[in-house]
Design a protein around this ligand. Structure first.
Ligand SMILES: C[S@@+](CC[C@H](N)C(=O)[O-])C[C@H]1O[C@@H](n2cnc3c(N)ncnc32)[C@H](O)[C@@H]1O
Length: 277
């Protein structure tokens, strides 16, 4: 599709879904949309837009395609081991109860993985795990604790699978006690206000689709939302090369600590756009 066609689709998608493609990398988005629209028997993008205007089901499918909401428990096991063995213990030494945000949480597997780790590392303290996403349908599924397929729990060690999940018909559901430790909420990283005072922000495999300008803005907002010495946990392919200039100390490719001396913002009320649980 050419630039004019992209602008047309972009405008239509914004009207129908409030999803603003301007925040996403254009070339990559055009390639993905071209591939997606080619699956339909339409002559051009205008015809495709007519289709999503009249067919709610196709519109939902498009939203699902745009948000790419795949996730799994302990996704990237090496990083979760680091989280369990070093990052969380060091945060727990300095704070009684942790305030954690999984931003772009998809089906909740990431947030539940952290809740499971906290249950093992510090079962008697009260922590808060906030999990947000732009996709209401996936949040509703996440808030009920599943069900998750075998592929989504493949990294869960057998003993944890036994302890924290209920198996039914080949699928897995997170036990209520862990479900109750995570609060889900609708939040658009590009539009909504950020809460402050987090000990740990996890935002992985979400901003990779955003334009470099949006990524830069988000990095600054994450920095502002962390307490001093708070940690940002990002995806393996999202390494921050200029961490120091952005107010972070690099701990590893995926973990960055907010440097002391960077001001903290005062604590503000919770995420705006309505909570699922
Ligand atoms: C690939 S998933 C990542 C899930 C999880 N963080 C992980 O790494 O397994 C990306 C998620 O980002 C969400 N997302 C996309 N744009 C967003 C936005 N503007 N604000 C909040 N979430 C967004 C999508 O709905 C999707 O669930």
């Amino acid at each position: 599709m050419n630039a004019e066609e992209f602008n047309y689709v972009k405008k239509k998608i914004r009207e129908l879904t409030q999803f603003d493609l301007d925040n996403y990398g254009h070339n990559q988005m055009i390639r993905r949309l071209d591939g997606y629209i080619a699956r339909f028997k339409v002559r051009n993008v205008v015809q495709y837009c007519k289709l999503i205007e009249r067919d709610k089901h196709e519109l939902e499918k498009l939203k699902k395609f745009l948000t790419i909401n795949v996730s799994e428990f302990f996704r990237d096991a090496v990083q979760f081991r680091l989280l369990q063995d070093e990052i969380l213990p060091s945060l727990l030494k300095k704070n009684l109860g942790l305030n954690i945000w999984s931003a772009g949480c998809s089906n909740g597997a990431e947030a539940y993985s952290v809740a499971i780790l906290l249950d093992r590392l510090s079962p008697y303290r009260k922590h808060r795990v906030l999990a947000t996403d732009i996709d209401k349908a996936i949040l509703n599924q996440a808030a009920t604790g599943g069900p998750y397929g075998a592929a989504e729990v493949r990294n869960v060690p057998p003993a944890l699978l036994e302890k924290y999940f209920i198996k039914n018909d080949g699928n897995f559901r997170v036990i209520d006690r862990i479900c109750n430790k995570v609060t889900f909420g609708l939040h658009d990283l590009t539009q909504d206000r950020f809460e402050n005072h987090f000990d740990l922000i996890i935002c992985r495999n979400t901003v990779i689709y955003f334009s470099s300008e949006t990524k830069k803005i988000l990095r600054k907002k994450f920095l502002d939302s962390l307490k001093v010495n708070g940690i940002l946990f990002i995806g393996a392919t999202e390494t921050m090369l200029d961490a120091r200039d952005n107010g972070f100390q690099r701990l590893s490719a995926c973990f960055y600590r907010k440097k002391s001396g960077v001001p903290e913002k005062s604590q503000e009320p919770v995420v705006s756009s309505g909570s699922t649980k």
